[in-house]
Design a protein around this ligand. Structure first.
Ligand code: ADP
Ligand code: MG
Length: 229
């Protein structure tokens, strides 16, 4: 019964969150739809004004897209099966997906992926967590830098350790305290959902996240997950 109560509570939190996220997506869609309607009526004659409206619509659509991409995979909690996952393979795939974005931003990716780092979980959720962390790392280095991605087995403890580090802008103490709170973002067009999703997924797998960060030096996330043989 106790377990069931906890589970009910959890799914309630998830559905509340889903509702508030739907709201986050609906707002920009409403704005965009308004803009299109205005332009269709052909009442805005000024070319500058038309361009401004189109820019606004584009920005709003991008915002909706970010909310979805930071959150989407967790919003479908019952679709995936729990299985043995190879962390090194998932990290490798995440790096390949993000590489074009890194290249565009003059970011060098260094990876040290030990083979056979196995854990138990849902592949899409873990993949989403890694992408959210790596994306934040890249966004923290607007003038280029190095992104380091590692995984290894900590033998004595039967844990897999994942490190994702950047040489970017870093975080203040206050930022470190707030990271993972829903909608906490210091970015102009941030969602503040990415880290919340990461914490939820990793803690849901019985894992822990440690953050080491220094302003103007960079940030390191260390994740410990229970190892599966
Ligand atoms: P978003 O990226 O949309 O802002 P996140 O939940 O992914 O939302 O991150 C929340 C906040 O945590 C960011 O706005 C930023 O202030 C901080 N943050 C996360 N990762 C890093 C990082 N690697 N370097 C510096 N700040 C970070
Ligand atoms: Mg983010």
């Amino acid at each position: 019964l106790r377990n069931e109560m906890i589970r009910n509570e959890k799914s309630e939190v998830i559905s509340q969150l889903a509702a508030s996220i739907a709201h986050e997506v609906r707002n920009p869609l409403t704005t965009t739809s308004g803009v299109i309607q205005l332009l269709l009526k052909d009442e805005v004659k000024d070319e500058e004004k038309r361009k401004e409206l189109l820019k606004l619509a584009k920005q709003e659509l991008k915002q909706a897209e970010s909310v979805i991409s930071d959150y989407l995979l967790v919003a479908r909690p019952y679709q995936n099966k729990v299985e043995t996952l190879s962390i090194d393979e998932i990290l490798y795939r995440s790096i390949e997906i993000i590489r074009p974005m890194a290249n565009m931003n003059n970011i060098n990716i260094v990876s040290e992926l030990e083979n056979n780092c196995y854990v138990t979980g849902e592949v899409q959720k873990l993949h989403q967590s890694f992408l959210n962390l790596i994306k934040n790392g890249i966004e923290a280095m607007p003038n280029g830098g190095t992104l380091t991605v590692k995984c290894k087995i900590i033998k004595g403890q039967s844990k897999v350790q994942i490190t994702i580090a950047d040489t970017g802008i870093g975080m203040s103490k206050h930022q470190i305290e707030c990271i993972g709170d829903p909608y906490y973002s210091t970015k102009e067009n941030g969602t503040g959902l990415g880290m919340m999703v990461v914490y939820r997924i990793i803690e849901g797998m019985g894992g822990k996240i440690k953050v080491y960060s220094e302003l103007e030096k960079g940030t390191e996330f260390k994740i410990l997950l229970p190892q599966t043989d």
